[in-house]
Design a binder for this molecule. Structure first.
Ligand SMILES: [Ca+2]
Ligand SMILES: [Ca+2]
Length: 300
């Protein structure tokens, strides 16, 4: 309180800056103390209000320790106007991804949803701030692709507008963002061969000063080579051509797996890995990749 009261004289002290303050009149110190009292009460009140607000999001454990409450989510897809079904038989069982990004620069995240055997769909976010979720479908042959397993938003050409790497059972497609939630196919522009594999994973990074990002596409079963579903296709690494703003031909990625490489790495260090597997029906594998994992590990 004393500090607040003395603040009325700052402009008059040695070295004080700013216009001179009128010297306090005889009754001024009392006014200063009352002001300080209100400030203190206000600070206490503000602190209590802040604690009350924080308290809304906290629960208290039996030991008296505050813990954050579990977030709750409510299904509102239909009410929000999103009607999209990821469907299809084998091999559509892998996929069903969605990309969330702002395709029209209004700071509301929009949606691009895979469809499997159905067409993928782009939904523009038109939700009012603080209101209910609301999306509007943006139909366009460029984005309404079939056989889409997933998509990743990435600004491939660095123009500030987000592009899309669309993964498919068939040719992958790079879509260049034009703004306003519009896109154009860019495989040819960027020299990218989308291949014909069943792609189920994607990653990207920028190497050095390259104009384009390096892209990695993870491919799943090679159904053309092994209809019995026993082999995976090579995954692919797509790097920019030297000194160009287009891509070089894709390089196959070796089909190594953590299931086989980890035990070998441990052996090279003179260690023996001990791994326990829970929850499988056993081997030989006949149902899923998890059982295949168990079979691969058990034989090493
Ligand atoms: Ca948006
Ligand atoms: Ca872009």
């Amino acid at each position: 309180m004393q500090k607040v009261g003395s603040a009325t004289e700052i402009g008059e002290g040695p070295g004080g800056g700013g216009p001179p303050e009128p010297r306090p009149k005889a009754g001024r110190p009392d006014r200063g103390r009352r002001t300080a009292l209100w400030l203190a009460l206000g600070a206490i009140g503000g602190g209590l209000a802040a604690l009350a607000v924080v308290g809304l999001g906290l629960a208290v454990t039996g030991a008296g320790e505050p813990v954050a409450e579990t977030p709750r989510f409510v299904e509102e897809s239909a009410a929000a106007g999103v009607h999209q079904v990821y469907g299809g038989e084998f091999p559509s069982f892998v996929g069903g991804g969605v990309a969330t990004f702002d395709c029209n620069g209004d700071r509301r995240p929009d949606l691009y949803l895979a469809g499997g055997s159905n067409r993928a769909a782009l939904y523009r976010n038109e939700s009012p701030v603080g209101g209910a979720l609301r999306f509007s479908k943006v139909s366009d042959p460029v984005t309404d692709l079939t056989s889409v397993t997933g998509a990743y938003p990435i600004d491939v050409d660095g123009d500030g507008m987000t592009d899309l790497a669309v993964l498919r059972n068939g040719e992958n497609v790079l879509l260049r963002g034009l703004g306003g939630c519009r896109f154009e196919r860019a495989n040819e522009t960027w020299g990218y061969d989308g291949g014909d594999a069943l792609t189920a994973a994607f990653s990207a990074t920028w190497e050095g000063s390259a104009a384009l990002p390096t892209l990695a596409f993870g491919n799943y079963l090679d159904l053309a080579k092994a209809p019995d579903r026993s082999e995976c296709a090579d995954s692919e690494l797509v790097r920019p051509a030297t000194g160009a703003e287009t891509y070089a031909a894709a390089a196959p990625l070796a089909r190594t797996s953590p299931l086989t490489s980890a035990p070998r790495a441990a052996a090279s260090l003179g260690r023996r890995m001990r791994i326990a597997i829970l929850g499988t029906r056993g081997i030989p594998a006949s149902y899923s990749g998890f059982e295949t994992a168990a079979e691969q590990l058990a034989s090493r």
